[in-house]
Design a protein around this ligand. Structure first.
Ligand SMILES: NC(=O)c1ccc[n+]([C@@H]2O[C@H](COP(=O)([O-])OP(=O)(O)OC[C@H]3O[C@@H](n4cnc5c(N)ncnc54)[C@H](OP(=O)(O)O)[C@@H]3O)[C@@H](O)[C@H]2O)c1
Length: 275
């Protein structure tokens, strides 16, 4: 079979960077994209095929898709929708613009890119789409409302798309990681400081703890490395029967189980205590 190709979003750091490197070593033709030019340069220096893709910018998405078409002659085996960020803050402290921005990246940009890639896959008759969702795509926690809503939306779109792709050889999988070592917390801290008016919030005092947990670089007892997500991604790409969902880390499996057996009220009592 010819060399498999994959487009990955958000490769400047964390899971995207790690998976791009590992798939390249595995023999894939990897299009490792990033939204900043300096990261594109860094990725090229690491030996990867790279160009810019900013999920907040339709023109950038179209340019990136065109670049893939040009480089592959119009084929692409897989798309890994990985790029995203977390906007912390209580639901009542989220302005319309801040919530919109969270959806622009995590949902609308990801969706737009997928709609541009799907015709290529339909034409060639096969393909894999892998969505980097989260445990927070099915479990809600305090101060994660914007991110929760964006990942729930991604799960909803993906579940529908899976039904619409039935009978084709195009498969869509969701990866649902719990805590993974990456720049995620650092980037979330930045968004918290930029977009949440902490001094005038009802949660002013609790935000002090939130701030210190975002500033900490200590792992939780269940934090895993990026390799845990890579293992799921590789299965979603290589298996004849890729799973609809990959639950990665113990908290994800645990909460999935609790959600199935407990009432909403019982589950809330537990989730209310999670920081
Ligand atoms: N780490 C975890 O605990 C965890 C848990 C569950 C799910 N996830 C998911 O895993 C994925 C990767 O996150 P990570 O943990 O590797 O965090 P990360 O190190 O912060 O990486 C996030 C990546 O997304 C990119 N990104 C942000 N906004 C973008 C935009 N507008 N266009 C294109 N790319 C953009 C970032 O680029 P910049 O450097 O330019 O900002 C960065 O490359 C995300 O979907 C996240 O929701 C992570």
């Amino acid at each position: 079979m010819r060399q498999k190709s994959i487009l990955i979003t958000g490769c400047s750091s964390g899971i995207g960077y790690y998976c791009a490197k590992r798939l390249h070593e595995e023999g894939y033709r990897v299009f490792a994209t990033a939204r900043k030019e300096e990261d594109v340069q860094k990725l090229r220096e690491a030996g990867l095929d790279s160009f810019q893709l900013d999920l907040n910018d339709s023109h950038s998405i179209q340019k990136a898709v065109h670049e893939v078409q040009k480089r592959t002659g119009g084929t692409l085996y897989a798309l890994f929708n990985n790029g995203a960020y977390g906007q912390p803050g209580a639901v009542e402290d989220l302005s319309r613009d801040v919530l919109k921005a969270q959806f622009e990246t995590n949902v609308f940009g990801t969706h737009e890119l997928t709609t541009h890639i799907l015709p290529m896959m339909r034409k060639q008759g096969y393909g894999r789409i892998v969505q980097n969702s989260s445990v927070l795509g099915f479990i809600s926690l305090r101060f994660r409302g914007a991110y929760n809503a964006s990942k729930y939306a991604l799960e909803g779109l993906s579940d529908t798309l899976r039904l619409e792709l039935m009978g084709t050889d195009i498969h869509i999988s969701l990866i649902e990681p719990g805590p993974i070592r990456s720049d995620f917390r650092k980037n979330a801290l930045q968004k918290f400081l930029e977009n949440i008016d902490r001094d005038y919030s009802h949660f002013k005092e609790e935000y002090v703890n939130k701030l210190s947990s975002l500033q900490s670089d200590k792992d939780t007892p269940f934090t895993l490395g990026e390799d845990a997500v890579y293992a799921a991604l590789l299965h979603a790409l290589e298996s004849k029967e890729p799973k609809a969902r990959y639950r990665v880390t113990k908290p994800t499996t645990f909460f999935w189980f609790l959600k199935r057996i407990l009432s909403t009220r019982q589950l809330d009592k537990i989730l209310r205590r999670v920081e």
